[in-house]
Design a protein around this ligand. Structure first.
Ligand code: NIG
Ligand code: FE
Length: 415
């Protein structure tokens, strides 16, 4: 009799627990297999049933481990030169982040080093950081410019990110953050810098889908932010905003007014700001590792979630306020410091995070048709992501159906 089975690229069997958003809600399924073909999830079901329908070219038994969707990190600054451990020491001795920034350190220090760096060295360093992220289960990353702060060096950052898009294992999306802080050479000419950034936008549009501004104390005012966002919107950029990180300067309200795809940080956002974000459908991207590292307070994640906002999480990886690569660490902080449940933290790090960068049709959930971006954990349940502190549980990573990372022991199960 003719074999009626459909050939597929990969069958992942022996999944003890599959956890993530499926059919529009968070689910955990036990003892299932996943059929993968041409980079996408084609079916989820019992092994015996999938074996009746499919003839896999490769079968991998994950020996009872938990599997979750690949993490999506929707807010990072991974392209930069140098590091800022000296600044950490100053902060631990009592200097504040803003004092250091105002004295010409902080972001400005990274800008100087990034301006001096060659494209090749920036590319190599960013590659290594993305590799670290991959080993921690991150399969999609947003990357911002903002350490060039002049035409030439912002362009350089955009080119580096474009190169990364061609060579990194992750999907990368690009955000232009020409207005990160005021560069020292514009100290008394704020308006001139804002006008200058606006002239960079048409060129940046060739590389970036999103424009972001750091609207905050010590960075840009509401009026300056509005000028840049209006110009960006006219060019077809989607809007993101660093909002209410250091003080409540109305960032959430401005993001909502511009119909921003996301508003990020939101540590000091008040009830009116939360309400505005909800009405606008703007995704709140929360960055608890930044609060941890700055020893500041945390964004009102619980309140936002309870009011129905699609809370997302990100690392904010950068050398000054969040040198972590780890979405599981961020999820732990979201649970222990912001009051989310483990399942909520997982949804925030996958499905909601995909919404924050406009990729929700492609990835972030387990629905058939979505990219096969999956993380295999060396644990029986996804809850271990927040339970086993200080250890990476990621034992293998599948990106668009390819094994892009496998720990030495994989697929054998060890403690
Ligand atoms: O998201 N808030 C503004 N920008 C970064 C910090 C960048 C830096 O300190 O180098 C952030 O925290
Ligand atoms: Fe940031």
């Amino acid at each position: 009799m003719k074999d009626m089975k459909k050939e597929i690229d990969l069958l992942v069997t022996g999944i003890g627990e599959l956890a993530g958003v499926l059919d529009g809600r968070f689910q955990t399924l036990s003892e299932v297999s996943i059929a993968v073909h041409q980079g996408a999830i084609v079916a989820i079901g019992k092994e015996s049933e999938l074996c009746r329908r499919y003839r896999p070219k490769e079968t991998v038994d994950v020996e009872g481990r938990a599997v979750v969707p690949g993490f999506v990190d929707p807010h990072t600054h991974v392209v930069y030169a140098g590091c800022r451990h000296k600044e950490l020491e100053l902060r631990l001795q009592g200097k504040s982040y803003l004092e250091i920034l105002e004295a010409g350190g902080g972001i400005t220090d990274t800008v100087q080093k990034t301006r001096m760096a060659s494209e090749v060295s920036l590319l190599q360093a960013a590659h290594q950081r993305l590799d670290q992220m991959l080993r921690l289960g991150t399969t999609t990353v947003e990357i911002k410019t903002g350490y060039g702060l002049d035409r030439e060096n912002e362009q350089k950052m955009l080119r580096v990110i474009q190169e990364l898009q061609g060579s990194a294992k992750q999907d990368l999306v690009v955000t232009f953050l020409g207005a990160h802080v005021l560069p020292p050479e514009y100290r008394d000419r704020r308006d001139a810098f804002v006008q200058e950034v606006i002239t960079w936008l048409p060129e940046a549009r060739r590389y970036a889908s999103f424009v972001d501004v750091f609207m905050d104390e010590g960075a840009f005012t509401e009026e300056e932010t509005r000028a840049i966002l209006s110009a960006a919107q006219q060019l077809g950029f989607q809007i993101k905003l660093h909002a209410d990180e250091l003080a409540n300067t109305g960032g959430a309200r401005v993001a909502a007014e511009f119909g921003a795809i996301s508003a990020d940080h939101l540590v000091h956002t008040d009830d009116a700001g939360i309400h505005a974000l909800k009405n606008a459908g703007t995704v709140p991207v929360l960055l608890p590792a930044t609060s941890f590292f700055l020893r500041s307070s945390y964004a009102p994640a619980r309140k936002m979630w309870d009011q129905g906002l699609p809370v997302a999480l990100a690392t904010d990886h950068n050398p000054g306020t969040s040198p972590t690569y780890s979405m599981p660490f961020v999820m732990q902080l979201a649970v222990f410091e912001m009051g989310l449940q483990p399942w909520e933290a997982l949804v925030a790090a996958t499905a909601h995070a995909a919404r924050a960068i406009g990729l929700e049709q492609k990835l972030g959930t387990l629905d058939p048709g979505k990219q096969a971006d999956l993380v295999v954990l060396n644990a029986e349940s996804y809850v271990h992501l927040v339970y086993e502190l200080g250890r990476s549980l990621v034992t293998a990573v599948l990106k668009r159906g390819e094994w892009v990372y496998q720990a030495e022991e994989f697929p054998k199960r060890s403690l």
